[in-house]
Write a protein of this length. Structure first.
Length: 194
């Protein structure tokens, strides 16, 4: 039996980042199993702006038409987080199609966070933030995706998705990945909200 390609969602990830000025540091996230160190990007618990930048591109298998994309982050905190706390990072995002001037590119300043549920989160819990939808009109095959993920604790910043946001988590935050769910014209993974 031949199974022909069909549309499905897949992950487009940025996991390789370049530190910026006053950057977070690669630090020991875990010493298990067997005491072998695993590292992640550690954002200090202070008011200094610390950020990372990354880049990728929309894959050639992206499904044109009405196929929006959804962007979110994977992160953790060093200690436990109480119910109602909102953990997250600011993200400066640019999506630039091939042949498009930077002035015409899709640009957003976002806060991607997650409200801690009843019962709270334990130390270094894997947190997937809420998503932000990127309209299909702003995507195209080989479009560049530039991202600056940063923390600036205690400073009010006006975002395009949530208005004025002041991040104030009293703990070290860890960034693991920026993740875009894109619809591809082949077998894919789960829907972007699953």
């Amino acid at each position: 039996m031949i199974l022909y390609p069909r549309a499905g969602y897949d992950d487009l990830r940025i996991t390789a980042f370049e530190p910026r000025t006053s950057a977070p540091v690669l630090a020991d996230f875990s010493t298990t199993p067997a005491s072998y160190v695993l590292q992640a990007w550690s954002f200090a618990n202070n008011g200094t702006e610390r950020g990372l930048q990354g880049v990728t591109q929309i894959p050639h298998g992206w499904f044109p038409g009405d196929a929006d994309a959804d962007v979110h982050l994977h992160l953790s905190s060093t200690g436990a987080l109480a119910e109602g706390v909102v953990a997250g990072f600011f993200v400066s995002l640019i999506i630039q199609k091939t042949g498009q001037a930077l002035a015409d590119a899709y640009t957003k300043l976002l806060f991607l966070g997650k409200t801690v549920p009843v019962g709270g989160y334990g130390a270094k819990t894997h947190i997937m933030t809420s998503t932000f939808t990127i309209p299909a009109a702003n995507l195209w095959i080989s479009a560049m995706v530039f991202a600056h993920v940063f923390r600036k604790k205690g400073t009010e910043i006006t975002t395009d998705n949530l208005g004025a946001v002041t991040e104030a988590v009293d703990d070290v935050l860890w960034l693991h990945e920026l993740d875009l769910h894109v619809k591809r014209s082949n077998f894919g993974t789960r829907t972007p909200t699953a």
